[in-house]
Write a protein that binds this ligand. Structure first.
Ligand code: ADP
Length: 260
């Protein structure tokens, strides 16, 4: 619990800091991009300075992309939760997911037979799924299998690692890959904002921090199991809304009167 609290405080502080910096940077970048675009338009195609201006513009646009991710991460994302079926969310992004992972990776989707009603912002849950799938793809440069699964599970805080939950039903979204996996030291840091093992320009280190924040905001949790050289599985637990918890009312007519 202490570890979770420390992580949450760190996220909060980093979020505030990042948001402030991102905002100021955005203003600066707008000026750079604006003037560069004007220069680009005024230069003839054969002008020797043309290439330099193009390079500056491309770099500034990359920086603007990064600031946008930072802003999205730091903004206390306004939640727009509704009762939604987790299976529906997975189905909705399945096609897009297939495109993101490419042809060398096989996508296997296994959905729970029953709808999994959660009170959630479906856009944010889609974001979590996309972030996890993108990481899985990056972990399988030679191809492999990405398995996306949903299940209905009963949890209780007595189990090791589950002190965060309350007794009840949860929708479990698991994303498993057959990729490179990670060692203990890496695994300990992956949810920290800006932690990345990817080369500059490829990773921002914000994907999992964002996924973690979203899971917590939904009263859920995200967990990881990983084996070097074997693969990784991320498990996202989200509480089932109470209407699925309630057993359907029995069909038989009500008892006539109470005893006594
Ligand atoms: P980024 O993807 O930009 O690096 P993330 O926060 O999404 O940022 O991930 C942080 C790090 O966690 C990655 O750089 C990688 O080292 C590790 N990681 C995440 N997902 C996986 C995975 N499925 N397999 C192996 N390593 C992973």
């Amino acid at each position: 619990l202490e570890e979770q609290l420390r992580q949450a405080q760190k996220m909060e502080a980093t979020g505030l800091l990042a948001g402030g910096i991102a905002h100021d940077f955005n203003n600066i970048l707008t000026v750079i991009i604006g003037y560069c675009s004007v220069m680009q338009m005024r230069l003839l195609p054969a002008d020797p300075n043309r290439n330099s201006v193009d390079q500056v513009l491309a770099a500034a646009e990359r920086a603007a992309g990064l600031t946008r991710s930072l802003l999205a991460f730091s903004r206390k994302q306004v939640m727009n939760p509704r009762q939604v079926d987790l299976n529906g969310i997975v189905r909705h992004v399945e096609h897009f997911l297939g495109r993101v992972i490419g042809e060398d990776i096989t996508l296997e989707t296994r959905l729970a037979p029953e709808p999994l009603y959660i009170f959630a912002d479906s856009g944010q849950i889609e974001q979590v799924l996309m972030n996890l799938a993108t990481n899985a793809r990056d972990a399988m440069p030679e191809g492999g299998t990405l398995q996306v699964q949903t299940q209905l599970v009963d949890l209780e805080p007595g189990r090791i690692g589950f002190s965060w939950c309350s007794t009840g039903r949860y929708a479990l979204l698991s994303i498993a890959d057959t990729g490179m996996g990670m060692d203990e030291a890496t695994r300990a840091k992956i949810f920290e904002p800006f932690f990345t093992t990817k080369e500059v320009g490829k990773g921002t280190g914000l994907g999992l921090a964002m996924a973690y924040g979203i899971a917590l905001q939904h009263n859920g949790q995200i967990m990881v199991e990983s084996e070097l050289g074997q693969g990784t599985i991320f498990k996202v637990y989200l509480p089932i809304t109470s209407c699925q918890e309630a057993a359907p009312p029995p069909d038989e007519p009500r008892a006539e009167a109470q005893a006594g």
